[in-house]
Design a protein around this ligand. Structure first.
Ligand code: SF4
Length: 180
């Protein structure tokens, strides 16, 4: 049986949390996946934020699913992701932060992709500072979704430009030739 070229292309996968990140980081991440330097403490803090937020949903008796695998099949690739918590009408993305701040375009784009993938109109970025939560509510944005697809289209066509304002926080800065 011949496999259609379109199906082969759609097997190329990008991760929703990569949206609007430095494209050169995505290049390095796909080329050298084992070199990513995410600190174990950061993973631990992220888990703690999720655990604390799960308690809030349970205390409020809200039905939810967690770590929900999602995907969006575009013409030439698939975007996949894992939403932290999905309720009957909302998607929650939980982030551990040092200080509360306006959510980045990367976080908003990721959440907006999850809204598209689940068919929900409403989502929340929930920040946890180790002590308190702050919720930032959004509605699904068609424009942001189109911009997100344009971002992945550029990646897919091999245009890995560098966004050097992100270098300070970059997990690949130690091998990046474009670092500033
Ligand atoms: S060090 Fe800077 S330019 Fe290089 S991948 Fe990271 S964010 Fe991009």
């Amino acid at each position: 049986m011949l496999i259609s070229p379109r199906l082969i292309l759609q097997a190329v996968r990008y991760i929703a949390s990569w949206v609007f990140r430095c494209p050169y980081w995505i290049y390095l991440k796909t080329k050298y996946p084992d070199f990513d330097t995410i600190l174990p403490e950061m993973l631990e803090r992220g888990k703690k934020a999720e655990n604390e937020f799960r308690k809030v949903l349970k205390a409020d008796k809200i039905w939810f699913r967690e770590q929900v695998s999602l995907k969006y099949v575009a013409d030439n690739y698939t975007i996949s992701g894992r939403a932290d918590f999905v309720t009957s009408d909302r998607v929650y993305e939980v982030k551990h932060v040092e200080k509360f701040r306006k959510p980045s375009k990367n976080w908003l784009g990721q959440l907006n992709l999850y809204l598209a993938m689940t068919g929900r109109d409403n989502g929340s970025i929930v920040e946890f500072n180790g002590d308190r939560f702050r919720e930032y509510r959004v509605r699904f944005s068609r424009k942001l979704f189109r911009d997100s697809l344009r971002f992945f289209d550029r990646i897919h066509s091999g245009r890995y430009s560098a966004y050097p304002w992100y270098c300070r926080y970059c997990s690949y800065s130690f091998i990046c030739s474009k670092r500033r």
